[in-house]
Design a protein around this ligand. Sequence first.
Ligand code: HSE
Length: 332
Amino acid sequence: MSSKVRVGLLGLGTVGRSVFDTLSANHELISARAGADVEVAAVAVKSLDHDWGIDRSLLTDDALGLASDPSIDVVVEVMGGENPAGDCIRASLSRGASAVSANKELIAKQIASLVSLAQENGADFRFEAAVGGGIPILQPLQHQLGSNRFIELKGILNGTTNHILTEMRTRGISFDEALDEAQDLGYAEADPTADVDGWDALYKITILSSLITGQQVSIDSASLNGIRGIALAEIEAAEAKGERLKLIASAQFGDAPEISVSVQSLPHEHPLAAISGATNALWIQADPLGEVTLSGPGAGGGPTAAAVVGDIVEAVRCRNMGTVSPPWPISS
Ligand code: HSE
């Protein structure tokens, strides 16, 4: 294999570590599929004082410097949060480098401007891992489902809250105990408020809605209610009626998209009622397709890294062909 592709990894938290490990463990098959030798050239971390357990010569604490480095071909942003992640992605796209991100908050809030910047600079920008963790959603939506008029989406798009609701229901434990477990399993955000209060699910349904409508959808237009403080008695009362409580992110595409995140009581027969643990699922109603449900592991290092590294492989394949595969256009 002649060419080398240098990856700059921004962030070494749960997801960053799994991306690093996947690129190393599957180096041969990834490079064969990508058509180039894909190597991690540098990793940006918060502090150089910590022992990160990887070769110190790879480490830098200058994420923006790494994203701006012309020798880096693919920038992988797994830091989370709006800043400095946004500045780093803009620096990468502005110089035509490929950028891969798992950052749902940033992308939900700024998808139109980021996609436009990528297109203006002929840069490849991918963010499959930002919605549904390891479930292929954004690429199938924009490719195999690309002929459809979308009518409605309903999703379980947050693994932490689905895990909490499942554990409370099946083991009769409290909200706080179940949250602690979800954090230990690496599902929760650094600040689990984003999970519990529904923000994380809102970011994901906003990304989907912006892609589908071709307009930047504002998170401020949504109705938002999470699961904080939900009582075991409420879950048990729903079960007694043959229903199951789920945190549902939904979007309806009428004249203007209507977006909400709320606890809904679904009949046991509903395809989303059977989705347990950190599994995510997205139910799509579209014309002429009808209905389809995509489901799989929605949180955790391994599944999220699988989606991130899948994007890296595709970005490298596009680079080799001198092309990009842009997301659907989105106006601001
Ligand atoms: N905290 C998120 C979740 C991680 O629980 O789904 C994946 O976005």
